[in-house]
Write a protein that binds this ligand. Structure first.
Ligand code: CO8
Length: 257
């Protein structure tokens, strides 16, 4: 597939998607949506890929949904096309996705980063849900996912005042997993993805599924799910290999990568 708004590359077993609409600070229009979800699905189906990184530019991961594209829509337009529902495709990807965020991650850009499995931020990253300044509110999970990441007080503050959070505050609040200098962002994200891609792919995918389950269910059900999946892992060749390698003091050679 030929892409116009994103760059798609593979680095060994890692798929890399770079948002590439520099003139609009990577604003997420319908073409970006179609291309990002298409590229993710292709990586998810590709057995040679074990993890995925999504990034933007040094100035902007993404400055939100494309305001110019949506400004004139009516309620019926938004309802009938189920505006932004296509981004749900991202949550159906079963391999891990890391968001590597530099610069602005605002509105839909912050929401896109939060739909990934974890966020590595550059020191210049700025996160925000400024939709209130446009007379609307977050439309792709900002009011829900942000609250689960950073708690009610900070989520309310950000959604109601539209203020931005810098990388340090985002790390302290649990929104991002690590902060690195801008020049090291891609390298750090690719290194993390490469580490993940070196493990047993079924074990990685089951782990992602289990952590995500914690968002959807009670603690008791989540623990039951975890235990069942953990027991099931003893059916994997890779469990035998991983534990044998530990005992034999050598590195594991996982078959299912
Ligand atoms: N949509 C469309 N175009 C944009 C957007 C956007 N979100 N953000 C920036 N641009 C464009 C600007 O219009 C400008 O284009 P032009 O040169 O043709 O005028 C170009 O990008 C550069 O932008 P600026 O000149 O404004 O650059 P600055 O460095 O001065 O400012 C800011 C950077 C602060 C990021 C500023 O551009 C800004 O405030 N942008 C809008 C941020 C915003 O409000 N985002 C929320 C959008 S609403 C939303 O996301 C709803 C979420 C629903 C779910 C979406 C699912 C994906």
């Amino acid at each position: 597939m030929a892409y116009e708004t994103i760059l798609v590359e593979t680095r060994e077993r890692v798929g890399l998607i770079t948002l590439n609409r520099p003139k609009a600070l990577n604003a997420l229009n319908s073409q970006v949506l179609e291309e990002v979800v298409g590229a993710l699905e292709a990586f998810d189906e590709n057995p040679r890929i074990g993890a995925i990184v999504i990034t933007g530019s040094e100035k902007a991961f993404a400055a939100g949904a494309d305001i110019k594209e949506m400004a004139s829509k009516s309620y019926v337009d938004a309802y009938m096309e189920d505006l932004f529902a296509g981004w749900d495709g991202l949550t159906r990807v079963r391999k891990p996705i890391i968001a590597a965020v530099a610069g602005y991650a605002l509105g839909g850009g912050c929401e896109l980063a939060m739909m990934c499995d974890f966020i590595i931020a550059a020191e210049n990253a700025k996160f925000g849900q400024p939709e209130i300044t446009l007379g609307v509110m977050p439309g792709m999970g900002g009011s829900q996912r942000l609250t689960r990441f950073v708690g009610k007080s900070k989520a309310m503050d950000m959604c109601l005042t539209g203020r931005f959070m810098d990388a340090g505050e985002a790390e302290r609040s649990g929104l991002v997993s690590r902060v690195v200098p801008p020049g090291e962002l891609i390298e750090e994200a690719l290194k993390a993805a490469d580490t993940i891609a070196g493990f047993s792919l079924p074990a990685v995918m089951m782990t992602k599924e289990a952590v995500n389950r914690s968002y959807e269910t009670t603690l008791a059900e989540g623990l039951r799910f975890e235990r069942r999946v953990f027991h099931a892992m003893f059916a994997l060749d890779d469990q035998k290999e991983g534990m044998a390698a530990f005992t034999e003091k050598r590195s594991a050679n996982f078959k299912n990568r």
